[in-house]
Design a protein around this ligand. Sequence first.
Ligand SMILES: [Zn+2]
Length: 482
Amino acid sequence: MLRLYDTRLRAVVPITPGQPGALSMYACGPTVYRDAHLGNLRTFLLPDLIRRIAEHSGLAVTVVQNITDVGHMLDDTGLGGDGVGADAGQQGEDRLLRAAGAAGNALAIARAFEDSYHRDCDALGITRPTVSPRASESIDSMVNVIEQLLHSGHAYVGADGSVFFDALSFASYGAISGNRLEALRPGHRFEGTTDPNKRFHADWALWKAAPATRTQLVWETPFGRGFPGWHIECTAMLLSHLGDSVDIHTGGIDLRFPHHEDERAQTESVVGHEVVKHWVHAEHLLFEGRKMSKSAGNVVLMSDVIARGYDPRAVRLAFLEQHYRTQVDLSWDSISAADRMLRRWRELISSVVGSTDFSTTINHSDVATYVREVADAYADDLDTAAGIRILRTLERSSHSLEIKAATLLACEPLLGLGLDTVPDQDTGYGLVPSEIQALLDERANARMQRNWTASDELRDALSAQGWLVTDTADGQVLKRVR
Ligand SMILES: [Zn+2]
């Protein structure tokens, strides 16, 4: 049985779906105003890991993941929560409208980044969600939820026409993060300035009245012309796509507070009971020792990984080698090592697939035993690191190549490493062909021996085959030139 760490219960607990044979999951999705970096992508891998082990154990999994394309304030609570701290700009500034600039079409920009988001997730082997509702197309359900909250007295209209959630009306606020309302005092946890339209400083906006200067991403509603707060979109989309009982809600650790606290308060206040059974959070990604963030200047995109000639699935493998609740410290070295491992596994498979020995090996009992061990590791709070260790032990063992290849292939639905496909070279997302890699290795050798003539000749040979090589402080960087 699948067991996961439940943030609210602060324990690893068995996951028993509300509906027998089916698992429902809501995953907080991207705000599509810039490319997701590897740290964001690690968070978005979490629902995919849960989905794969749940499907392996026979469950039908539904995943709903929102696309935030209405923009939201860099800090719309004034609370200075974890989710906005590192990248927070001027309060009251809208991320998407800022990205669009004065003349840009904000929704067109959002669509472009939504496309790159899906492309990056595909590259990482993340199965697409069952539904990816857009906030801009879910305004009606948000209005509906806000009306219910106003009606039941959990929300009120401020002096400027904005609608706020009355935090004090929800007794168990803080259950996920431990940030209880009484501790959120100005000068303590509370770091922002209080919006004078709020009754209580920890209240948050469900609907914001738009200033006349805002011409994009505004909607006419019964509360006037405005735009939604961030937290309300997840409540509205979760309720409209999954109903009033959801097995698992995922997100990055940043989202525990205030986003998930606020979301939980809204959702439960509408429905009248606990809706999300388990809250599951992925830890931060560190890159070369520091949290990956724009302000730390260490943002790495999937396109950067590909430009260096690595397979995007190498990043996935590097993620799998660590537990989702640990702060993975990724580096170019660890991506490179994972890339080599992935290459070895693919070569191992292609060396035997199709042979007569191989076709009889697939049903070997040793293969089934290994698959069970890997699945057991996954089911134990997603211990993917243990799963990969089992496969590395197998790789070094005295088993036949056929057993090794068959086991890797049988584990592929859990791993998502694309071991069963030939990578597409033309997309730039695939493997570097072995003959190109050989030229590149030869050139690295030539450079070590300071043989510049040979180095130049090899660069020309690569270029003739459509591969551009440049020399950087980190070594050769290979790029497919189309
Ligand atoms: Zn959310």
